[in-house]
Write a protein that binds this ligand. Structure first.
Ligand SMILES: Nc1nc2c(ncn2[C@@H]2O[C@H](COP(=O)(O)OP(=O)(O)O)[C@@H](O)[C@H]2O)c(=O)[nH]1
Ligand SMILES: [Mg+2]
Length: 255
């Protein structure tokens, strides 16, 4: 009898006809927001072939149980769970590895992104040229504290200047992208802020659309400005190194 590898290896795609879109939502202690968010996502994608994957990152509250209880109400809902807390990017990656759709949508699990914006990003991705691999949201009228908005503006400005990734708001959790393109990127924790730069490095094109933003009404933020600054410094240096080590073949032909 084989043992259960899912404890250590990420879950792979489930069998059956693949959906068009897989929505991936990382959650950590978001019991207050996650159930209504799942309902809002289902409503936003009504009429689409979609699956909704919530990835619980070893929450200490009952996020996972509350989501699992919704599966009867929302048949498209899947609930994955980590055995140890490993961060937002790892949870996103777990969801993408388990996803069956060619197009991935990510959004934050606290309800600050509005799911109603998501189908528009998918449509823009589909309407674009074949090399367009990502359409990211850029939050207008951000509903966060002044300190967070200022830190984010500075962080985004420095990142954009150093990486030349043309993105104004990579911290926005709402993004639509091609699963295959994501899987070609090197993984590291906090990669979710560097997807545009890494997609460009791989030769893909990226685009951005304005999206709305809502205040957090329940739970607590998982990030501090100081913690983000610390991680961003080493991540930026790492991504700059990756950029310096990727020559572009300038198109590939087969004889
Ligand atoms: N899976 C997982 N998700 C996290 C973790 N930290 C934050 N998140 C999720 O990432 C999203 C953004 O985090 P949040 O705390 O709202 O950041 P803020 O909006 O910048 O204050 C939310 O969906 C969180 O639930 C984590 O350690 N693991
Ligand atoms: Mg938030």
């Amino acid at each position: 009898m084989s043992s259960a590898p899912a404890q250590t290896a990420p879950a792979g795609p489930a069998p059956g006809a693949p959906p068009e879109v897989s929505v991936v939502v990382p959650v950590f202690n978001e019991s207050g927001a996650a159930p209504d968010l799942a309902r809002e996502i289902a409503a936003a994608f009504r009429g689409w072939s979609v699956e909704i994957l919530f990835v619980d990152d070893c929450s200490r509250d009952d996020t996972r149980e509350r989501l699992a209880a919704l599966k009867a109400e929302i048949p498209a809902l899947r609930v994955l769970a980590h055995g140890a807390n490993s961060g937002q990017s790892r949870a996103v990656r777990t969801g993408i590895l388990a996803a069956r759709g060619d197009i991935i949508v990510t959004l934050d699990g606290d309800g600050q992104n509005d799911p109603a914006d998501a189908p528009g990003l998918v449509e823009a991705l589909r309407a674009g040229p074949p090399e367009l691999a990502l359409v990211g949201g850029e939050r207008v009228r951000r509903q966060d504290s002044a300190a967070k908005r200022i830190a984010s503006r500075i962080g985004n400005g420095v990142r954009k200047r150093l990486l030349r990734d043309t993105a104004n708001d990579t911290g926005c959790g709402l993004k639509a992208f091609r699963r295959e393109a994501f899987l070609r990127l090197p993984y590291f924790d906090h990669i979710h802020r560097y997807l545009p730069a890494l997609m460009l490095r791989e030769g893909y094109a990226t685009g951005f659309l304005p999206v709305s933003h809502r205040p957090r009404t329940t739970g607590a933020s998982k990030y501090t400005n100081l913690g983000r600054l610390w991680a961003s410094a080493s991540d930026l240096a790492g991504v700059m190194w990756l950029q310096s080590r990727a020559r572009r073949p300038g198109g590939i032909t087969e004889a």
